[in-house]
Design a protein around this ligand. Structure first.
Ligand code: 0O2
Length: 269
């Protein structure tokens, strides 16, 4: 099979990966916009390299004309979460998209029972419709969902497999299994203070969006020739910001927003 065959075969896979990564990143941004905690921390996507596909074909004796059904992770998306509990939330979200764009056709739960290596993650194989230059095609995509800590372990372990080709020395394997237990412990500990951490993150998000809105509206007041009012609000803002008084900053944001819409409606008259 020549370069052209692979290039053409992989075009819709790349498109599927790009679209899905964009969709999950957009969800993350929406959570931030409404000041809610996002179960998605980060998203990463890749199309399997031709060399890895060829290795799998060899390893499993896959026929070329069935490779797209047999190798189900040619398109791969990885979603990282801060807490174990977030993983289920992301899975539920994907389930709800069933009739929209992502049909789940297989799940693999390596959370309830990790792999013998110590690997933990939740995998979904979804069917995803793509419209590319070649027309319509349903693409299989593997979505891996795991915590940041699980991801850290998995990346290190995966890179060792490149060196040892599945034959990691037993001493190293043992160490990796110990590290997997430690990762488990970290995730458990983090879960126990999840509420506390989420509150702190929400507060930070609220402060950040309030500051942006206040500064934007002060600038707008200047543009509306309301220099005196704007300077007055600027002084109040400086004081509250220095005092780190988040509640008063939120109230100032609300006041400025209603002031601006009042002035706007007067200007329109
Ligand atoms: P890459 O480079 O990520 O593409 P198979 O699909 O043949 O590997 P299986 O069991 O049907 O095997 O699928 P499974 O278990 O869902 O594995 C698919 C992917 O999960 C792997 O793809 C890895 O990314 C990841 N994975 C599974 N087991 C382990 C493990 O023990 N350690 C690590 N670090 N990752 C694992 P690839 O093709 O192996 O690699």
């Amino acid at each position: 099979m020549g370069t052209k065959y692979w290039q053409e075969l992989l075009i819709p896979y790349q498109q599927a990966v790009d679209e899905i990564v964009l969709k999950f990143n957009s969800l993350k941004k929406q959570y931030a916009k409404i000041g809610e905690y996002s179960p998605i921390e980060s998203v990463y996507g890749r199309v399997k390299s031709v060399s890895s596909i060829l290795e799998k074909i060899q390893q499993y004796g896959v026929e070329f004309d069935t490779l797209e059904e047999t190798i189900q992770d040619i398109a791969g998306v990885r979603i990282m979460c801060q807490f174990q509990e977030d993983i289920q939330e992301v899975v539920e979200h994907i389930r709800k998209r069933e009739r929209c764009d992502m049909e789940i056709i297989k799940t693999k739960d390596y959370l309830t029972e990790s792999k013998p290596s110590g690997y933990k993650s939740y995998h979904l194989i979804i069917r995803y419709p793509v419209y590319s230059v070649a027309g319509y095609k349903d693409i299989l995509v593997e979505i891996q969902i795991r915590t940041l800590a699980m991801n850290f372990w998995s990346i290190i372990e995966h890179s060792l497999n490149y060196k040892y080709k599945q034959n990691i020395p037993s001493k190293v394997q043992e160490r990796l299994q110990n590290a997997a237990k430690a990762v488990n412990e970290i995730d458990r500990e983090m879960s126990s203070i999840r509420g506390e951490i989420q509150n702190a993150q929400r507060l930070f998000g609220l402060k950040s969006s309030s500051v942006s809105s206040i500064l934007e509206n002060i600038g707008y007041l200047y543009k509306l020739n309301q220099g005196e009012k704007a300077a007055n609000y600027e002084a109040i803002f400086d004081e509250l910001f220095e005092q780190e008084d988040i509640i008063q900053l939120i109230l100032l944001r609300k006041e400025l927003e209603s002031q601006v819409s009042l002035i706007e409606s007067e200007v329109e008259k």
